[in-house]
Ligand binder design. Structure first.
Ligand SMILES: NC(=O)c1ccc[n+]([C@@H]2O[C@H](COP(=O)([O-])OP(=O)(O)OC[C@H]3O[C@@H](n4cnc5c(N)ncnc54)[C@H](OP(=O)(O)O)[C@@H]3O)[C@@H](O)[C@H]2O)c1
Length: 373
């Protein structure tokens, strides 16, 4: 029998570090969510998580709490400790200076500036390192950071709401409200985690939405952990290639929160100061993705209609689909969930892997990952 690389205790400690890391899910971007637990003689002596870019990393908070007890201790970190000087000194150095005996991390840092160098620094000082413990769970905490670091593209989560027969609006365009209050509150949680909400001229013209986070609509458990004063409004990015929008729409009137309007040519209107216009390189979805990456908007929540959703999926730009299915039937002449994909053979259909299915209020919420060919 082979000895398992990690014990049940190791799993327990890394689970705690992952729990701590998740506390940063509304605030750390563009930095990753990271948690750290320091254990001495079977007892947790220090805990920490990264809260916001520019503030100390998880290891620093945990080491501060551990003090002298960090000597010879085991540090469990959800991401490889950094090895480079950013806005804060390298965490690998802090762990070395504190005299820890072993570092166990869930995943190696996909940041090419780190990429194993943090572990090498520790090993070079005689500190034992192991990695790969609860790696899948750690990766799930940081999809946007990983995608940015590996392919320099944003992580795109597409939200759609439909009746059980896959319809998003009546034939006359009426669509409010298909889903219930709990699902709409759930949407606020996704919005609050995103760097940007991506929408379109079509949706703004049809619904005149605000596309912001409404703290009072977040579930009470999240309000407790994420006070109103800490609320970060995601940037609103609106694709308006052919300049059909005017400053009269709610989200384009003067307001403090930023909006990025993406056009094909130079803008024909004078906009309020919070609205920045950008010229897309061309008509393709990839030019939108390329703009988002260049603006360091890495975690995107898409709220748009069937046309844009279909275009995003056809361009293989969607990483995750969040689909709310309401217990309603809207009938054959209502509008479908997706615009025409123009498929003519079954081997062209987009396959999905369901990763989570649950009831949210009276609605079904399905989270699925497209499997592109
Ligand atoms: N159920 C839901 O989850 C949900 C969510 C939001 C909206 N809606 C509903 O959806 C309806 C609006 O849907 P819609 O289909 O008219 O609008 P849409 O899908 O939101 O947006 C379509 C627009 O996106 C722009 N676009 C940019 N790049 C594109 C590309 N590569 N390919 C195609 N279009 C691209 C085009 O406008 P430009 O050419 O001007 O760029 C196009 O007219 C409304 O009734 C709204 O209530 C439903």
């Amino acid at each position: 029998m082979t000895t398992p690389a990690f014990s049940a205790w190791d799993h327990q400690m890394m689970s705690r570090a992952l729990q701590l890391a998740a506390k940063g899910r509304f605030t750390t971007s563009p930095n990753p969510r990271v948690g750290c637990v320091i254990v001495q003689d079977g007892e947790i002596v220090g805990e920490g998580f990264h809260y916001r870019a520019g503030e100390p990393h998880a290891e620093v908070y945990a080491l501060r709490e551990a003090g002298e007890k960090a000597k010879g201790a085991t540090a469990y970190v959800t991401l490889e400790p950094c090895s480079h000087y950013g806005r804060t000194p390298p965490c690998a150095e802090a762990l070395i200076n504190a005299g820890v005996g072993e570092v166990i991390c869930a995943m190696v840092d996909p940041n090419p500036l780190v990429g194993g160098k943090g572990l090498a620094m520790l090993e070079a000082q005689g500190i034992r390192t192991r990695h790969g413990l609860l790696q899948t769970e750690a990766e799930a905490l940081n999809p946007a950071f990983i995608k940015k670091m590996t392919v320099n593209r944003p992580f795109v989560r597409l939200k759609m709401a439909a009746s059980l027969d896959g319809k998003t609006a009546l034939a006359n365009g009426e669509s409010k409200w298909i889903t219930g209050a709990a699902a709409r509150s759930d949407v606020q949680v996704w919005r609050a985690q995103a760097d940007a909400i991506l929408s379109t001229s079509g949706t703004v013209r049809a619904d005149d939405p605000m596309l912001n986070v409404r703290w009072e609509q977040l579930p009470p458990s999240i309000q407790q952990q994420y006070p109103r004063s800490e609320l970060r409004q995601p940037v609103r990015v609106i694709v308006d290639r052919h300049q059909t929008l005017t400053p009269t729409y709610q989200c384009l009137r003067e307001a403090a929160d930023p909006v990025h309007l993406l056009h094909l040519g130079t803008s024909e209107h004078t906009w309020a100061d919070n609205i920045a216009t950008h010229q897309l390189a061309d008509e393709r979805i990839d030019s939108v993705m390329s703009y988002l990456a260049s603006a360091n908007l890495n975690h995107i929540f898409v709220e748009a209609g069937a046309t844009f959703a279909g275009a995003l999926l056809a361009a293989q730009a969607v990483d995750e689909l969040v689909l709310y299915l309401a217990p309603k039937l809207m009938g054959g002449d209502s509008r479908s969930l997706l615009g025409a994909l123009g498929l003519s053979a079954m081997d062209q259909v987009i396959d999905l892997k369901f990763t989570d299915v649950r009831l949210v209020g009276d609605d079904i919420r399905i989270i699925a990952t497209p499997i592109y060919r």
